[in-house]
Design a protein around this ligand. Structure first.
Ligand code: GDP
Length: 443
């Protein structure tokens, strides 16, 4: 997701380079390119215009600081403004008085049914959610919800055979939830190809029978500005409390994610990032902005580590890593990565990983990871701690011991050096300040 935009921004900033001072013309050119990149990512043009105006003003008035290049300064401003554009993180409302009722709405194919189960699965750790099939027009929809819910081990409530009264289902679900101590009820309502009066009437009467604490609209990020328009329309008729943006894993250009809140005023609460029912992320504007700017995603990584049940300290912030980074730590990182599942996703979250050319996510297949682990495991404690001593004969011994080649060993050591350099660049003189300026500019 956001790949094209990310690439454009990265090339824009590398063009600005490390100039000590930016002329008004430099800023003009940069703003023009930034505007073009946003429009190509399908950001609403009014939103893009205001956004550029804000950046231009801040970039022009930013005072010159010795330790920060103008380029870094502007990228920090863009990072901040991108996050501001997506608004403050808006957590899911959980009623202090159970049950919390969540109404899921959306056009057909948006990912509503899948997101219903994803949300239930997400809540399962701390709640006892019940998903309810309220789409009685398509028998297949009830079945689909049941199958997904069973797969995710989430409680399900559906209509009796032949029942076409959706309000009876909703009442039945409320009773069922009471009897089964379900403290969250998630209603998967009917989808439509277009918004129509009948659908809105149905949603409103469901909301009267069981007043929802959250009315979440599921929108498909791949549909770009259409997603924004349908959110606007649903909001006017229904008064939404949040959005779930789905298919952000695909080649959605990301424009809807960037502008939907600015246009509609509704916060994005979750992002769907895959077809499986575990592919749901809490939407965090700062983290998303960091990803777009290619700063990796420490926070996201830590969350993922937690979810995988691995000790959080195994993955640390770049600053902490730099101080103690040796091959033992690299081995630990590899082991942690292995436990975390789909590698491309995880690798994309590590800050700077996209900048290490020999360590591209697509190369990080499980085989390469195993090989790298074997190489480190064939080293002595001293070698792991002080890789500089690993010269010719040691390299040969390690290659033999790990069943790899000297070339593989060389590669791993080169990767290690690159990573170390990268982590150091965040902590060296002025670097801490640089990192701070990137993440917490102005504070
Ligand atoms: P509904 O008609 O709105 O209930 O949509 P479904 O839940 O049936 O989803 C439609 C299709 O989109 C299905 O093939 C889902 O697997 C897929 N889908 C849903 N969410 C995501 C997502 O976040 N990423 C991807 N790649 N596919 C998704």
């Amino acid at each position: 997701m956001f790949d094209a935009l990310k690439e454009k921004l990265s090339s824009l900033f590398s063009k600005l380079g490390s100039k000590g001072k930016l002329s008004p013309e430099d800023i003009d050119t940069a703003m023009r390119e930034l505007r073009r990149s946003l429009l190509e990512a399908d950001v609403d043009f009014r939103v893009a215009k205001d956004f550029i105006a804000r950046i231009r003003e801040r970039a022009s008035s930013a005072e010159v600081l010795r330790s920060i290049t103008p380029n870094e300064r502007i990228s920090a401003i863009v990072y901040e403004e991108l996050a501001a554009l997506m608004g403050k993180a808006a957590p899911l409302i959980i009623s202090p008085k159970p049950p919390t009722v969540i109404l899921m709405a959306g056009l057909q194919g948006s990912g509503k049914t899948t997101s219903t189960v994803k949300l239930a699965r997400h809540l399962k750790g701390s709640h006892n959610p019940l998903v309810v099939a309220c789409d009685l027009r398509r028998p297949a929809a009830v079945e689909q919800l049941k199958v997904l819910a069973d797969g995710a081990k989430v409680s399900f409530f559906g209509p009796e055979k032949g029942n076409t009264d959706v309000l009876a289902v909703v009442r039945g679900a409320a009773k069922y939830a009471e009897g089964h101590l379900n403290d969250v009820i998630i209603l998967d309502t009917a989808g439509r190809l277009h918004i129509d009066d009948e659908l809105m009437g149905e949603l409103k009467s469901i909301a009267e029978v069981l007043p929802p604490h959250e009315k979440l609209l599921v929108v498909d990020a791949m549909t770009g500005q259409e997603a924004v328009n349908s959110a606007k329309a649903f909001h006017e008729l229904l008064g939404l409390t949040g959005l779930i943006l789905t298919k952000l894993d695909g080649d959605a250009r990301g424009g809807s994610a960037l502008s939907i809140r600015a246009v509609t005023g509704i916060p994005v609460k979750f992002a769907g990032v895959g077809e499986n029912t575990d592919a749901l992320e809490v939407f965090n504007p700062e983290r998303m902005s960091g990803r777009i700017m290619g700063m990796g995603d420490i926070q996201g990584l830590v969350e993922k580590v937690k979810a995988a049940g691995i000790n959080e300290t195994e993955i640390k912030s770049p600053g902490k890593i730099a101080k103690t980074f040796d091959l033992d730590m690299l081995l630990k990182q590899f082991e942690a990565l292995e436990k975390m599942g789909p590698l491309e996703k995880v690798m994309g979250m590590i800050p700077g990983m996209d900048k290490i050319k020999d360590f591209r996510a697509e190369d990080a297949d499980a085989g390469a990871l195993k090989r790298s682990k074997a190489i480190i495991q064939s080293m002595t404690r001293e070698e792991r701690h002080n890789p500089r001593i690993i010269k010719g004969s040691r390299r040969r011994r390690i290659a033999e011991g790990s069943g790899t080649s000297v070339q593989n060993v060389n590669q791993l050591l080169a990767q290690y050096e690159q990573m170390k350099k990268m982590f150091k660049s965040f902590t060296g003189s002025g670097g801490g300040r640089r990192l701070k300026s990137l993440f917490g500019f102005g504070k």
